[in-house]
Design a protein around this ligand. Structure first.
Ligand SMILES: NC(=O)C1=CN([C@@H]2O[C@H](COP(=O)(O)OP(=O)(O)OC[C@H]3O[C@@H](n4cnc5c(N)ncnc54)[C@H](O)[C@@H]3O)[C@@H](O)[C@H]2O)C=CC1
Ligand SMILES: O=C(O)C(=O)COP(=O)(O)O
Length: 629
């Protein structure tokens, strides 16, 4: 009895329109995890050196890099069906960047250097940009991400501090944020030391006085550094370089950093102390922690009250770590003898600012990273990170995405592809609009728990589950966030196997519970269950409900349940053949002869509704569903 010949939602068609077109491309076989929307699916990765006519889709899955990879990965989502070649991505450089970085970017992108944009101008421009590069002077707010209308894929911060980028907003829209964390470390440390020594010897004031025609040798008597205690607050890259240099000046150096390792401190000859002890013992305090909710105004009336009277403070970190009016009060009260500041809560500070104009304060306009060498280094570091991200690579300096080593990405590439396809197929089996809320993923692997990073897989299952039924764009950056927003709970389970540990995974199962299936045979233990495997680098569907099948996950799939009997393959084959639909794979999953069996047929072309109806009308077919990958 033929029962439910239900047509499944034609999700794939929607996706194709949204993304552009299927393209013919010659590709390298470097499988990577993509952040680009128009990535090329690596369905044949590892099989042949040429990949032809692969669908270009807004994925974020493993991809085969196109020859012109950067431009392909970052092509405008508005590309039309007739476009033959995909335009280069556009990178907006909103603040001065070293020439070497610009040159590097120009090889892969159209580079628009527009400095000093107002917030309105930035918002107006950003929807035409795939990447944005900034320093500390540009606020990349939620408004900017919203104005980009989904086009912006990467924000590169040409420096360390990312407090000027709304990371939450970036993550929500799946925009990768990368920084250049190492190239300006020495410059910032040297500037810290410059401020320390200049402050101690009144260099700035004495210079200004002499230029004003005075010769005040008695007025500008300084203090010595040798044998004084310097407290380094934040013992990271800059802090430890400052500590090293201060030791060379004969200072006793202590450091406060709740996350720093004692061994690293010991190696530099620095004693790690707690916050109070640092304040109570320091003659000089140098700030090198990031601006976070915890460090925001960490130097306030209360903390200045705990300082040794006459302490001198250097800030090359962020203005916001100091409560500036409190510092003015501490300076006026003589608790703080002097301050040397490179950074301010508001930059530039308002005219007539009490702190800037205080006689015991010396200031520089955020020059910590401003050496020729550091700026060239930062420019190259950020250009490489942005170009890599546009080409779909995971960045080693990603700020809002997990860092996954390149070798792990390469190894997991076919499984990442399998994961997305399983999610994509499973959600198409859900009947009605109840929505998917509970998903369990089972990874069967011979590897130890800590030897298999499932974050990529989970992200791609999430992508497969959500993208077909929403307008969301999902990648590794925002997968967990979007799932949480939609109330989708994904639990993961590891099942150990006896297989070879060289193979990362024996299988992945995706189980959706709490929903009805369009295809009853896909249910097992009350959940829609699909299992997949990778064979010779190619993802396969290996189980539907409790039926074993074996069909390559390429093209589309027709699943039907039939009463197992001779002649069925011929009937189905000729119906599809009449419409010139090419069968790529066929597999029968049955429990015992002449009983129910599930047939899985891979097809290269999408059959028409009439053809699907004819299949459903075959008397032995009990139910069927057509699923698009
Ligand atoms: N003025 C300028 O032009 C420059 C400023 N910077 C700023 O300097 C700061 C440090 O930069 P890096 O050393 O490269 O960063 P980093 O990440 O290597 O070091 C920061 C250190 O602060 C520590 N930290 C975090 N929270 C803390 C807390 N509550 N209390 C104490 N320590 C805490 C971390 O554990 C880490 O060791 C950043 O804010 C950065 O933006 C960096 C370069 C140039
Ligand atoms: O790298 C940092 O955190 C800095 O503060 C340097 O800022 P800049 O790039 O000079 O605007």
């Amino acid at each position: 009895m033929a029962t439910t010949a239900r047509s499944s939602t034609c999700i794939g068609t929607t996706m194709a329109v949204r993304s552009g077109v299927a393209q013919k491309q010659e590709c390298h076989l470097a499988s990577r995890v993509s952040f680009g929307r128009n990535s090329v699916l690596a369905s044949r990765a590892g099989v042949s050196g040429r990949v032809v006519n692969v669908g270009v889709r807004w994925v974020g899955a493993v991809k085969v890099m196109a020859v012109n990879s950067a431009s392909t990965a970052a092509a405008s989502p508005t590309a039309t069906k007739n476009e033959k070649s995909v335009a280069k991505p556009t990178v907006l450089v909103a603040e001065k960047l070293g020439a070497a970085g610009i040159e590097l970017l120009e090889k892969v992108a159209v580079v628009d250097c527009s400095y000093n944009l107002s917030q309105e101008d930035l918002c107006a421009k950003i929807s035409d940009c795939d990447a944005l590069i900034v320093r500390s002077g540009t606020k990349v707010t939620r408004e900017v991400f919203e104005a980009s209308k989904g086009r912006l894929k990467v924000v590169g911060r040409a420096g360390v501090g990312i407090d000027n980028v709304d990371l939450q907003a970036a993550t929500e829209v799946g925009c990768l944020v990368v920084n250049a964390p190492t190239a300006n470390t020495v410059a910032a440390a040297e500037h810290g030391i410059a401020l320390l020594t200049a402050m101690a010897r009144n260099v700035a004031q004495a210079s200004a006085s002499m230029k004003a025609g005075k010769w005040q040798r008695n007025k500008w008597v300084g203090v010595s550094l040798v044998d004084k205690t310097l407290a380094v607050m934040g013992f990271g890259k800059v802090g430890s370089e400052v500590a090293r240099r201060a030791k060379g000046l004969g200072m006793h150096v202590v450091a406060y950093d709740p996350y720093a390792s004692a061994e690293r401190a010991k190696a530099v000859g620095v004693e790690l102390v707690n916050f109070e002890e640092a304040l109570a013992t320091a003659d000089f305090i140098s700030l090198h922690m990031p601006l976070t909710p915890t460090t925001d105004k960490i130097f306030n009336d209360e903390s200045f009250g705990k300082c040794k009277k006459g302490v001198r403070i250097i800030n090359v970190a962020r203005g916001g770590v100091i409560d500036e009016p409190a510092l003015v009060r501490a300076l006026d009260a003589g608790i703080v003898a002097q301050a040397a500041l490179d950074v301010f809560t508001v930059e530039p500070p308002p005219e007539g600012d009490a702190l800037v104009n205080h006689e015991n304060v010396i200031v520089t306009p955020h020059l910590g990273a401003s050496t020729m060498e550091a700026q060239e280094g930062v420019a190259v570091e950020i250009a490489e990170a942005v170009a890599g991200a546009l080409a779909g690579e995971l960045s080693a300096t990603a700020v809002n995405a997990p860092m996954v080593p390149a070798e792990v990405i390469t190894e997991l590439a076919p499984y990442v592809s399998l994961a997305e396809r399983l999610g994509r197929l499973a959600v198409q089996l859900v009947s009605g609009g109840a929505g998917v809320k509970q998903v369990k993923v089972v990874y069967r692997s011979a590897r130890a728990d800590d030897d298999l990073d499932t974050r990529l897989l989970r992200a791609m299952i999430t992508k497969g589950l959500i993208e077909p039924v929403s307008s969301a764009f999902i990648n590794l950056v925002n997968a967990d966030y979007v799932a949480k927003q939609r109330g989708l709970k994904i639990s993961e389970e590891r099942q150990p196997t006896d297989g070879a540990i060289e193979v990362p995974l024996q299988s992945i199962s995706v189980m959706i519970s709490g929903v009805e299936s369009k295809f009853a045979s896909s249910e097992s233990n009350g959940a829609i269950t699909l299992e997949g495997k990778v064979k010779d680098g190619v993802p396969y569907l290996s189980r539907v409900g409790s039926f074993s099948v074996d069909v390559s996950l390429e093209g589309s799939i027709i699943l039907y349940r039939q009463v197992d009997q001779p002649g069925m393959i011929g009937k189905v084959g000729s119906i599809l053949g009449e419409e010139n639909v090419n069968i790529s794979f066929m597999s029968v999953g049955r429990k015992s002869p002449r009983e129910h069996a599930v047939m899985a047929i891979g097809v290269d072309e999408e059959p028409s509704k009439a053809t699907l109806q004819k299949l459903g009308d075959i008397p032995a077919v009990e139910e069927f569903v057509f699923l698009k990958l």
